[in-house]
Design a protein around this ligand. Sequence first.
Ligand code: ZN
Length: 111
Amino acid sequence: MTYFCPVCGYPDLDEPPYLENEIPSYNICPCCGVEFGFADGGRQGEALQYWILKTRNTWIRQGMCWRSSSESPPANWDPSSQLENLRQDKGPVAGPGRYEYHRLENEGQEP
Ligand SMILES: [Zn+2]
């Protein structure tokens, strides 16, 4: 079983990013480089959702680069279509992995 990264939509994480009750896995997404539970500062609920969206926007703005130096991107890797993974409620895990994809047009204040 594989899992989606809620930040970048990478579909091949071998552990869920967050377990039930938003307990982080401390897994690292090789695509966007986020370590769940560390990079997010332990945020939960709305604050975590906001952080995920903001981090996704930053990753998009910085050119959607592959971050892992030890793991190579998949053949024919396409970060734009990968983001489409987040449009549907495909995440097998409850919590922040299931957020609908949308860009944060106005980042506003962190909740
Ligand atoms: Zn990611």
